[in-house]
Design a protein around this ligand. Sequence first.
Ligand SMILES: [Zn+2]
Length: 338
Amino acid sequence: MSHEFPHARPRRLRFASGLRRMTEETQLGPADFIYPLFVRPGEGIRKPIPSMPGQYQLSIDELTDEARKAADLGIPAVILFGIPEKKDACGSDNFNMDGIVPTAIRAVKETCPDLVVISDMCFCEYTDHGHCGVINTRGEEHYNPAVPEGYLLNDPTLELLGKASVIHAKAGADVIAPSGMLDGMVRKIRAALDEEHLDHVSIMSYAAKYSSGFYGPFREAAESAPGFGDRSQYQMDPANKREALKEIGMDVDEGADILMVKPAMPYLDVISSARERFNHPIAAYQVSGEFAMIHAAAANGWLDLERCALESLRGIKRAGADMILTYFAPDAVKWIGG
Ligand SMILES: [Zn+2]
């Protein structure tokens, strides 16, 4: 079979718009998207997030409105991030049944019972130091003199993750999404859920989460910037791909149901390799910085917002993502429908 010019002319199939539609390999639809939402205490609050146009910190009444709009657009799932009233050293709002996220989960499930509610499971939004768990501190309960002060203590944090996951699941979360890149987090959460007969609740693991500069706007949105140091002792080095596949494989063994790569656009090769190697659904998180830079360039008249947003989402899907967490979700549904 020869592919030689002049017999082979690939342009033939690009000649008419109908032919282009017929040969399109990747289509976007509402079911591809998971919409991230930020919830805070109060009432009637829609506090704009300046670096993320169109995104807000929402009080629960406003959150349920947004959730209903997303459901009406055919978006199957939201993922919730909480900004608690009070932060403390161990992030106790996260395992309080009346904490901001458990309360939000109940409200969303009441408003939209069929909307899948995914609960981000980490401590950085709830701790006063902004790290993803228990910090090694002299004089505190879990102090370990063998490791430096300020080190994120893995196993004591796992206990808290298990406890908080049960609370979120009992509040009605369909999926728990541990995002802290702690060793053994999926196994611990699975065990904690099963022990409470919550074996119907899925785990979407942030399996390969990189220590990325593209998280900047999110930290403003979730008020979760670390008070000291950074997260490179638990999140992955952007240089590493084999390590990502190792991490993903470990989460498969630990019982993850869905595997996530985060961020998306700088890591399309990781998404693609994960898709080839594993049979689990692959999720990709198009993070705040990816969203913000397209918006910023569009605001300057340098890029076409709709075209570039959809192109970025198509690229992520083409790389192998089965689902995309994206702040563009509602706009993207409107754009592809219109
Ligand atoms: Zn975290």
